[in-house]
Structures are given as structure tokens and as C-alpha cells.
Design a protein around this ligand. Structure first.
Ligand code: ATP
Length: 407
């Protein structure tokens, strides 16, 4: 059977993955076999998410009625029902649930009624609490099929320490990254000298290491020194796979969905208040803003070097009229040319414009010229893929160290 759970946490605490890890141990104690523990990230633009829009699925061999009872009891024990936005959902499915629902949940928006209809068709056991929204994530988790998958080991805290400052040795995290990158990623951000894998929220997670396989994340985890940890769980995930990205043209973009979209830079970037950098791309009739927000740090330096005519592929979520960049491919570079009034050959002085399309004239001797001086600046930029740093990376975004996206 597949057991799906979602929406058990609140900004004040808990984490659905922790509940999943505790559940796995309870089921094993009941002599059930847990074949896989899966963590799926869903549409990152869903507004009622607590943090990373995660849902979990356990693939279990055992008695479905007993498993359903245990899972519901654990949700009632651990979920933070006091939070208005916590609306848990539990699903136990013995038959395959249509994977199209998972694909919709990761790339688009879903309705609770659609999840319930699917569960009824599949004859699944399910329970939703309060407004039952968690049934969307729980259904998506059991419906998930992952053509590309990565691993994450989540090390949780001892319950007595929940909400207190975390103690994870910084040096050991940098050493773990150095020893295992690119097979693990986003443990730390070397360029920005920041630890990425230790959360700052009051949830049960001590730290998490992401990587290609259970072996690699375990190898990195074994190098990390910290406070005495509680339970640990290796999850199969869709993180770092770009599962949320759709290919589209600018005209087709819809708010709240995430895309890979091709275009030509229309005008050079502008830096706005707060250090956010923006530029526009077009593909003939349609144009869209692209944003590199301040947290994307050094990625903004790259964006600032783009000039009109550069051909790019922008990857990221389309929100309120702009694409929030996660990655950018520079397909081809235009010439960076500036025009200036020509220099008078007789007087060696710059001429002045004689009016629109009327050429230039030397103020001193009256000589005329039809063409301006064209100055070409060298491009300090290479075609290729560029990405935001680990501190700004979204859970679903595929890091370039995993391979280059299609284009
Ligand atoms: P948790 O650790 O509790 O899972 P979270 O940050 O992952 O925290 P949730 O608290 O689960 O976020 O809130 C997300 C809510 O949005 C859930 O109720 C989930 O069912 C729902 N949801 C997820 N994806 C979609 C989607 N594509 N369309 C509509 N609702 C969605």
C-alpha cells in the first residue's frame, strides 16, 4: 500500500517529513515493511504552504486498515491543529492513483474535490481534517511517479530540544561538502560562506543533506558533527529535478506556474530598490520581465552584463507579471555596441547631431558626416547555463552540478 500524508505543520513547529519518519518507525514496530520513504515537493507557488510545500509517501507492506488507523492516530497526536492553516490529509491507497494528479500538483494548482474523486475511484482509504486541503498533497504523494529522483537524509532533533538553538558544527559541514560535491549539493554555499542545510525555523529538522543517492548523502552525513540527534530518515525525493518547470512561450505564461521560456533581451537590466535586478525579454509580439532578487547575490552580476539582443532561456516561476529567475541559459551573445557622434577629420572634434536622421555636423568647420562612430565593448560573458547560488535555490530547482537542462 501507499500511505500519503500532508499539511501537518505550522510556522510554530512540526514538519510533515518528521511525522513521516516517526510513522515509518511505528509501522516497522508493528512488523510492517517500509519499502520506500518518499518526499515530494509540490508547486512552490501555492500560497497556503507553510515552508517548502512538501508531502510524504511511504510504500508499505502490511495490513492497510491497521496502517490507516496508526497514521490517523499519529496525525491527531502530532499535527499542529491550533494553526488555522494546518489542514491535514491522510491517504492509504492499495491501487495506483493516476500520476497525472501528481504532475498537476507539482506544476499547477489542484482542487480538494478532484483529489477526493480520484481517491474514491481508486477505492482508497482517506481522511481529511478541518478544510481537508492536505488531501491534495497526500493524494499527489501517493500518485507520484518520479522519472528523475534524488536523495535527502533528514536528521531530526531530539524532541526535548525542539525550538531551542541548533548546534551543528560549521566546519564539519564545509568539510562534508568539499568531500562529496557534486554528488551532494546545497549543504553549504561556499561562494557566500553560508550554511544552507540547517533550518532557522522551530521545526524538528536538525539538518538535511541532499545528493544523488542514499550512499552519497549518508557519506556526507557521517562527516557532520552536531548536538545529539534524534531519528534520521533517508528520503527518495523529486528535489533538484526541475519537475516544476513547463516549456512555454511568453504568450502562454500563467500566474503561479513555473517555466523554461526562450526570448531575446529587449533592454539592459535595471537595479531597483533593495538590490533587485530586472530586465525584459521578448519573442516577437510578447515580452516579460525577468527578476533576479537580492537573495540571488552574485547571480545578479551576470544579469547585469546582459545587453539587448542576447538570446536566453529563463527558468523560474511566473508571478505577478515576471519570471523569478532560478536559472538562465545564455544561448547567444549580441554585440555590445554604443554609437557616438563621429569625430571631424579636419578639426579632431566630436560633431553634433544635425537633427533626427539628418546626420552630424562639425560646429567649427561645418563639415558633415552621415554615419556615427560605433564602439564595440568586449563581452565579459560566455554563453552557457548560470544558476542562483545554493542559499537562494528552490527545493525543486535542478542544480547545474546534476547536468545541464535541455534547450
Ligand atoms: P508541511 O510540512 O506541513 O507539508 P508545507 O510547507 O509543505 O508544510 P503545507 O502546510 O503542507 O506546506 O501546505 C500546503 C498545502 O497546499 C497542503 O494542504 C497541500 O495539500 C496543498 N497543496 C499542495 N500543492 C498544491 C497544489 N498544486 N494546488 C493546491 N493545493 C496544493
Amino acid at each position: 500500500m501507499l500511505i500519503g500524508v500532508d499539511d501537518t505543520d505550522s510556522p510554530q513547529g512540526m514538519c510533515t517529513t518528521y511525522l513521516g519518519a516517526v510513522l515509518a518507525r511505528q509501522l516497522i514496530r508493528e512488523h510492517m515493511q517500509v519499502r520506500e520513504a518518499r518526499l515530494v515537493r509540490l508547486n512552490p507557488n501555492v500560497t497556503f504552504k507553510t515552508r517548502g510545500n512538501a508531502a510524504v509517501m511511504l510504500d508499505v507492506e502490511g495490513d492497510p486498515d491497521r496502517a490507516f488507523t496508526i497514521t490517523c492516530a499519529l496525525v491527531e497526536e502530532l499535527a499542529d491543529f491550533s494553526c488555522e492553516n494546518t489542514n491535514p490529509g491522510v491517504v492509504v491507497a492499495e491501487k495506483q492513483v493516476d500520476p497525472a494528479f501528481y504532475r498537476q500538483a507539482v506544476t499547477d494548482f489542484c482542487e480538494i474535490d478532484a483529489a477526493v474523486a480520484l481517491l474514491d475511484t481508486a477505492g482508497a482509504r482517506y481522511k481529511g481534517w478541518k478544510n481537508r486541503r492536505g488531501l491534495i498533497g497526500a493524494t499527489a504523494a501517493v500518485a507520484s511517479s518520479l522519472p528523475d529522483r534524488t536523495s535527502e537524509i533528514l536528521v531530526y532533533r531530539e524532541p526535548a530540544r525542539f525550538g531551542t538553538p541548533r548546534d551543528v558544527d560549521r566546519t564539519s559541514l564545509f568539510a562534508a561538502e568539499a568531500a562529496t560535491f557534486p554528488h551532494t549539493w546545497d549543504t553549504v554555499d561556499v561562494a557566500n560562506d553560508v550554511v544552507v542545510c540547517v533550518p532557522h525555523t522551530p521545526d524538528p529538522v536538525l539538518f538535511g543533506i541532499r545528493g544523488e543517492s542514499p550512499r552519497w548523502v549518508l557519506a556526507a552525513r557521517q562527516m557532520v558533527q552536531s548536538e545529539k540527534p534524534g531519528i534520521e530518515q533517508i528520503w527518495v525525493t523529486n528535489q533538484g529535478t526541475d519537475a516544476h518547470l513547463l516549456d512555454a512561450t511568453i504568450r502562454e505564461l500563467q500566474d503561479g506556474l513555473s517555466y523554461r521560456v526562450r526570448g531575446t533581451v529587449a533592454e539592459s537590466s535595471k537595479t531597483g530598490t533593495g538590490g533587485h535586478v530586472s530586465f525584459t525579454i521578448h519573442d516577437g509580439d510578447h515580452a516579460v520581465w525577468c527578476m533576479a532578487y537580492e537573495p540571488t547575490k552574485n547571480f545578479r552580476q551576470l544579469v547585469r552584463k546582459l545587453v539587448p539582443g542576447d538570446e536566453v532561456i529563463a527558468c523560474g516561476s511566473f508571478k505577478k507579471g515576471s519570471i523569478n529567475l532560478e536559472k538562465l541559459m545564455i544561448v547567444s551573445l549580441a554585440k555590445d555596441q554604443t554609437t557616438r557622434p563621429p569625430v571631424c577629420t579636419a578639426c579632431s572634434k566630436r560633431m553634433t547631431s544635425d537633427g533626427k536622421r539628418k546626420g552630424w555636423k562639425c560646429k567649427k568647420c561645418g563639415a558633415r558626416a552621415d554615419a556615427p562612430d560605433i564602439e564595440e565593448s568586449p563581452r565579459m560573458l560566455e554563453p552557457g547555463w548560470y544558476e542562483v547560488p545554493p542559499t537562494a535555490r528552490r527545493h525543486l530547482a535542478k542544480p547545474l552540478c546534476r547536468g545541464l537542462p535541455p534547450y
